[in-house]
Design a protein around this ligand. Structure first.
Ligand code: CTP
Length: 410
């Protein structure tokens, strides 16, 4: 069993409570995802929950008998409710109905789930789901305020179309979002107190007021890395080129357009920063002149003269007493050799290289694989969704950053 504090759910002991609401059908997917992530799951359902989904479904998905009643001699002969309360590392109630939240706020113990919530010392997380009017009701809001004061973590709810046909806040968060939040809660905050500046996305180099030279970078890898580093407790400033992505929660974003603007934004923030990660696909060249008005077509060949842009990463790594620097390299051939040459050439502490072209990962893809090199070693992060790769890379960065700070090889 894994007990690492790295945000992995593998081996974690989770007690999942399901209360009565249409969102109970999503609990089936939630339980399945938790099991796929390697968690041990025990499910407890309220009486009302069973009107929406059967215990048998959740039993099959969780791989353990589902408990529904407090006074059940058969079930109590196995793991009794106090043992179950002690077993849990986290109690997660999803969906949590308005009625359940009210019972929780009052400290009632009138069924198995409320009793377990009182009897367990484990952190309690709830994902409310209800009609938007019920969510907005002062009674519900007062109950939530009380629960927050007692350190109950409230996940969501999301806004949007509701099963009742209304629209507004009250939808249960999607299972994937609940799992990401749970994983964040388990992650050790190994970068607490660290300041990170991270570049991401493409740059646009203006030709005239309407045209630019750009590239296909989506910013996904950089944004996922910013989120993962923030999850480890770092204060992250994301200097981003134009991207359609939302800034991750808890990350400060500065949007820039050109390489020169990106350089200025980075240099303004770099003093006192502990880590610099250059995930942006910065244009190596920009048009020598930006035409003040839209260029009109004419007969014959049009020639655009390009001049070199400053290398932001090289500039940061050359700063005396500068931060721990991490660069990226996208290569079509001789990946390791070229990446190591860049690591040394630019004076970096770490480089994450990926193979581009052909069927490999890279721009505009959800998946990626990375070969990560540092002076004393290397690690291959095999093909996985970018969020997963970002998580693994963030962990490696944290390890190497600490190893360098303490002068050891981990
Ligand atoms: N980088 C940067 N500023 C630039 C160019 C690149 O900060 N003007 C950073 C990128 O964010 C990335 C790394 O440097 O972390 C990429 O290195 P680079 O040598 O520029 O890669 P390529 O452009 O692929 O280089 P080459 O054409 O020499 O292979």
């Amino acid at each position: 069993m894994s007990t690492q504090a790295d945000g992995s759910l593998s081996g974690r002991r989770l007690l999942v409570g399901v209360t009565g609401g249409i969102a109970a059908y999503k609990s089936a997917h939630l339980v399945r995802l938790l099991r796929t992530a390697g968690a041990q799951v025990r499910v407890v359902m309220t009486a009302a929950a069973q009107s929406f989904i059967t215990p048998l479904t959740l039993q099959a998905l969780s791989g353990s008998p589902v408990r529904t009643r407090l006074l059940d001699p058969g079930a109590e002969a196995g793991m009794d409710h106090i043992e179950l309360a002690r077993w849990a590392e986290r109690v997660l109630v999803a969906p949590a109905s308005a009625h359940f939240l009210a019972r929780l706020a009052q400290g009632l113990a009138d069924d198995l789930l409320t009793t377990l919530c009182l009897a367990s010392a484990a952190p309690l997380w709830v994902a409310p789901a209800m009609n938007q009017q019920m969510w907005r009701h002062p009674a519900t809001q007062d109950n939530l305020a009380l629960l927050r004061r007692r350190s109950v973590t409230i996940l969501g709810p999301a806004e949007g179309e509701q099963a009742c046909g209304e629209s507004g806040p009250g939808r249960m968060l999607e299972p994937e979002a609940i799992i990401a939040a749970l994983a964040d809660g388990f992650r050790a905050r190994t970068l607490e107190g660290c300041r990170v500046v991270l570049t991401a996305g493409p740059t646009r180099e203006a030709i005239d007021p309407v045209r630019f030279v750009g590239n296909r970078s989506s910013g996904r890898m950089g944004y996922a890395l910013a989120q993962a580093l923030a999850g480890f407790g770092a204060a992250v400033e994301l200097v981003s080129g134009p991207s359609g992505l939302e800034p991750p929660a808890g990350v400060t974003r500065v949007v820039v357009e050109s390489a020169l603007e990106m350089e200025t934004a980075v240099m303004e923030r770099i003093e006192g920063c502990d880590l610099f990660v250059a995930a942006a696909a910065v244009a190596d060249y920009r048009p020598e002149q930006v035409a003040p008005a839209k260029i009109k077509k004419s007969e014959g060949v049009f020639t655009l003269r390009l001049v070199r842009n400053p290398d932001i990463l090289a500039r940061v790594s050359a700063l005396p007493g500068g931060p721990f620097t991490v660069g990226f390299a996208a290569e079509t051939e001789r990946l390791e050799e070229q990446a190591r040459a860049k690591l040394v050439g630019k004076g970096l502490d770490m480089i994450a290289a990926n193979q581009v072209g052909g069927t490999e990962g890279g721009f505009e893809r959800e998946d990626n694989a990375l070969l990560v090199l540092w002076r004393g070693g290397q690690r291959l992060l095999p093909m996985a969704p970018k969020t997963e790769i970002a998580e693994q890379l963030a962990r490696l960065i944290a390890e190497q950053y600490h190893a360098q700070a303490t002068g050891q090889d981990p």
